[in-house]
Ligand binder design. Structure first.
Ligand SMILES: Cc1ncc(COP(=O)(O)O)c(C=O)c1O
Length: 356
């Protein structure tokens, strides 16, 4: 049996400033909602987007037992809408759930709920290059109880939001501050999970960096401030001596990005040498001094590929590739966005196409 649907009686479509979408500002007409009670998830249903009501004792407000995901629906140039590797988000949400003691939500149900939502709200998928419908699944402990232990009840919601590029810079290079004072995660912590706590821990340093004119911070490891971890909302890649280097997942301190995985796969296929290994910030600085630091770019659903034009470390400024997008970043951007919009044939089985 399909998901039960309660249709909205009014549309939010006309209240959206389509010429000035920004990111995360507008929401489409419907949302999916499912509850976990008495040891199991219910079937869930699609209802009009709107407020949800909880008591002030709702556990996640106090103890932060919250996980979420981020993926996008893209218009297909040949008609219809494409999802990009949604099963990876569903599986990542399951591993985040395990780390946060949350009962996992079924992978197939996760994808089915998204497909049904898109079918219903497909008019909210923008048809402008660089724009998309951002999909935000979120799951949190919703028992009303005080005391530090896992919640007995949970709520899982999927909302969608038409968005422009995450960074106002678009594909233009961003300016990033290497953070050597504050830390966000440590080994053994929550870094591999997409959970609210990691983002809460990043806000103070992120805000200070913004005040100084930076887009985001690049986090170093939480103990020695020596090894590179990731950027606020993206994984980080360096091209040194023609080798694509990115920090490994094995330390458990970075998010296993879907875009990261896709770029590494494409790079290997294109014959680019790839290394997933720990990289010291010192190595990056030395490569810069030697003139062998060719490219730096971030990977993430929000911006796909975000070239880093300027890196700041203590009192040092590193200008990467003359503050221009590099050839590997450009190739990855073109390939990924080509696949997402149906311009390039998907030979990877990464796209789920939805006829609308
Ligand atoms: C902390 C962090 N790292 C990396 C990423 C990139 O992950 P993905 O490529 O799956 O969007 C994100 C974005 O979700 C993030 O929030």
């Amino acid at each position: 049996m399909g998901i039960q649907i309660e249709k909205a009686t009014q549309t939010r479509f006309d209240s959206i400033d389509w010429k000035n979408l920004g990111f995360g500002r507008y929401f489409s007409d419907h949302m999916f909602i499912s509850f976990y009670r008495d040891g199991k998830w219910d079937d869930g249903k699609i209802v009009p987007y709107g407020p949800i009501c909880f008591e002030p004792s709702m556990m996640t407000l106090h103890y932060g037992q919250t996980i979420f995901e981020g993926l996008k629906a893209y218009y297909d140039v040949n008609g219809g809408v494409n999802l990009f590797r949604p099963e990876m988000n569903a599986k990542r949400m399951q591993s985040s759930a395990e780390r946060l003691c949350i009962p996992p939500f079924d992978v197939e149900k996760f994808i089915e709920a998204i497909i049904e939502l898109i079918k219903l709200d497909h008019k909210f998928v923008p048809k402008v290059k660089g724009e998309s419908l951002y999909i935000r699944p979120v799951c949190f402990g919703s028992s009303c109880f005080l005391g530090v232990h896992p919640s007995q009840e949970y709520t899982f919601i999927i909302i969608t939001s038409p968005v422009a590029s995450y960074y106002p810079e678009g594909l233009n290079p961003v300016k990033i501050l290497i953070e050597d004072q504050f830390v966000r995660v440590v080994r053994g912590g929550l870094g591999m999970a997409k959970t609210a706590a990691n983002y809460a821990a990043s806000l103070y340093a992120g805000q200070r960096a913004k005040e100084k004119g930076f887009s985001q911070v690049l986090w170093l490891d939480g103990i020695h401030h020596e090894f590179v971890d990731e950027v606020g909302a993206m994984n980080i890649m360096f091209v040194i001596d023609d080798i694509l280097i990115t920090p490994p997942l094995t330390q458990g301190t970075i998010l296993p990005g879907v875009t990261r995985d896709s770029v590494l796969h494409l790079a290997r296929q294109m014959g680019i040498k790839v290394q997933e290994r720990s990289i010291k910030i010192q190595e990056v600085l030395e490569a810069y001094e030697r003139g062998t630091l060719q490219e730096v770019f971030g990977t993430g659903t929000a911006a796909t590929i975000s070239p880093v034009g300027k890196l700041y470390y203590r009192d040092k400024e590193l200008i990467i590739n003359n503050n221009q997008i590099g050839p590997i970043a450009q190739k990855m951007y073109d390939t990924l966005t080509g696949l997402q919009h149906g311009i390039i044939k998907d030979t990877y089985n990464w796209i789920i196409h939805i006829d609308v």
